[in-house]
Ligand binder design. Structure first.
Ligand code: APR
Length: 242
């Protein structure tokens, strides 16, 4: 991989590093992306199931999909791209990671400074008392009822049409404003707010580096675009940070 010398210099001298990840970073772990051809479950697209309307219409169907995904993710492990970001966090004290992924693989690879801006599939939230719980797949297969108030539990993830958690969003905006380098990895940009975070970073002077198999909605903002697999490119890129 060719890394221009001025980029190597920026990787060494920059302190505040922000990584923004999407489903593509987990693809090499075997977790299907949303918009690839494997993003379908039965005949449904994510946009048809991950909505409050779909859940109120047919909670069993939506839970069936989530339990399928939880089962699948439980059998997968972080890949070299996740591990590289965990290593980068150790190299740079001002590193932070914002992920759109709900799979928990970043935490499992050792990253600690993570904002899961779309939630976590291994947590549930009660639709009645609003308490959150860590999900026990086997228990959920028996009942989706809250242990405390018996209302329906839902996955603690952000669905299409829902508003972002304002605390997490404000923290993310602040990180984007401060970033000197923004790494955008494996995300299509089909969802607006994460693209807006990249735009904020860029307009506040960050250098934007993108890794993706193909061009995305972020690419017009990118200063450097590395085409290819995150698991192959990121370890090398991270080796230049010091
Ligand atoms: N390395 C790098 N990029 C990859 C790889 C890989 N190995 N495999 C796939 N990609 C890229 C694809 O080219 C695509 O641009 O990852 C991106 C995945 O895009 P999406 O499936 O749209 O995932 P994401 O951007 O995370 O979706 C955003 O939409 O469905 C909602 O809330 C959900 O968080 C999700 C959000």
């Amino acid at each position: 991989m060719q890394i221009p010398s001025e980029l190597k210099e920026r990787l060494t001298s920059s302190k505040k590093i922000l990584a923004l990840t999407g489903a593509g970073i987990s693809a090499e772990s075997g977790v299907p992306t949303f918009r690839g051809k494997e993003g379908l479950w039965k005949e449904f697209r994510a946009e048809e199931l991950a909505t409050p309307q779909a859940f109120s219409r047919d909670p069993h169907l939506v839970w069936e999909w989530y339990l399928w995904r939880m089962d699948l993710i439980s059998t997968k492990s972080p890949n070299s791209a996740h591990y590289s970001l965990a290593e980068l966090e150790k190299k740079k004290s001002d590193f932070f990671l914002i992920t759109q992924n709900v799979d928990g693989l970043h935490a499992r690879s050792g990253s600690k400074k993570i904002i899961e801006i779309h939630g976590n599939i291994f947590r549930t939230k009660c639709t009645g008392c609003k308490k959150t719980f860590s999900s026990q797949i086997e228990e959920l297969k028996v009942s989706f009822k809250c242990k405390e108030c018996a209302s329906l539990l839902r996955p603690d993830v952000l669905w299409f049409g829902e508003t972002y958690n304002s605390e997490l969003l404000n923290e993310s905006i602040h990180l984007a404003e401060e970033a000197e380098i923004a790494l955008v990895i494996g995300t299509s940009g089909a969802v607006g707010i994460p693209v807006e975070l990249a735009r904020i970073a860029k307009s506040n002077g960050a250098l934007l580096i993108e890794i993706n198999l193909e061009k995305s909605a972020y690419s017009s903002l990118s200063d450097y675009f590395f085409p290819g697999k995150a698991g192959e490119i990121l370890p090398e890129l991270v080796s230049y940070f010091s």
